[in-house]
Design a protein around this ligand. Sequence first.
Ligand code: PLP
Length: 408
Amino acid sequence: MIRVNPHYPKLQASYLFADIAARVRAFEQRHPDRPLIRLGIGDVTQPLPEVCIRALHAAVDEMAHSETFRGYGPEQGYAFLREAIARHDFGARGAAIDADEIFVSDGAKCDVGNIQELFAEDVQVAITDPVYPVYVDTNVMAGRSGDWSRDHYAGLTYLPCTPDNGYVPALPTALVDVIYLCSPNNPTGAVMTRAQLQQWVDYAREHRALILFDAAYEAFIRDPELPRSIYEIDGAREVAIEFRSYSKTAGFTGLRCAYAVVPKDCMAWQDDGTPVSLHALWTRRHTTKFNGVSYPVQRAAEAIYSTEGQQQIRALSDGYLHNAQLIRSGFRALGYACTGGDHSPYVWVHTGGDAWAFFDRLLEQAGVVCTPGVGFGRCGQGHVRISAFNSVGNVVTAMQRIAAALKG
Ligand code: PLP
């Protein structure tokens, strides 16, 4: 008899986006003449940079001729891309990462989900609250969450991110083994400073813990004092794996390319205390289960590291940041406290009260779709996430409608 993974039934159905879709559908049926503006889901809206399109076309042409055709490539990614990443994303910022510590993949979502396959089933997992739900659900699937108990999993350690701590988690009081950190954060938009990250690295070194650092939104950081990589922090090479993505950096959500960094100094331990290289384990896992990102897509990713490419991706994130600034200043002018939006494409608005009630109010009265914060965790109650991924025209109109609705 084929039996199911006993942990899957513990998963809470992801009602968030389904619920939003149902409410939006009902609104559209009731008001077919009122066009909605969607500032909910975090998908990019602007087309790929010109350099990427050119690189894609050229690579596709190479595939058309036997002399330049490419079949299977290296599972970890072509050297031309891994070397460009090591040089530009790390070396240029004083972080020592070798090209062979970089594993190119088809998404940070897969990487953050797959990495925990390397850890024992009973390691204690810490996640922030609110949180990008993939960290939680993949640990539920692996049997590390314990049972669902009303509004949380009994076996996870939750690190509250609230107005009181500026939405940056404090160190846990009980010991944990794996810590998921995301900066700039989805959904709160909060960014961790060097000093804050240093505390976590020191904690991980002291307790032989591991930090899984999700830097999917690093391209939105503008303050040169803020770390864009955890490897800018002393000691991080021993205790941190970092995830990056071209999805938000360069509009690759539909093209798919990302990478994970697993330094050779990073260790996990066997029951008898023998250290094991996580780089060796991830190499084994990645090369066993993954056959590489397609050649044209890797060429498109490489293209963003040219001077022209850097200008084009900068213009993309500048555009979204401009939207975020309009959103933030609009809500502040209406008297709402906000975080995010200055170094991230998300603005986290402290609405107080019930997040779904605020969602309904924006939908019904302004025709604007946002995301209720409670969908990301208990501490998201009383907040909504507004995404800057839209055209500036839509954002301006949305903020005019929101101002009229909330003042009324
Ligand atoms: N990490 C975070 C924090 C995200 O918000 C997202 C996407 O929204 C991802 C990872 C997924 O990135 P990718 O498109 O590379 O799978």
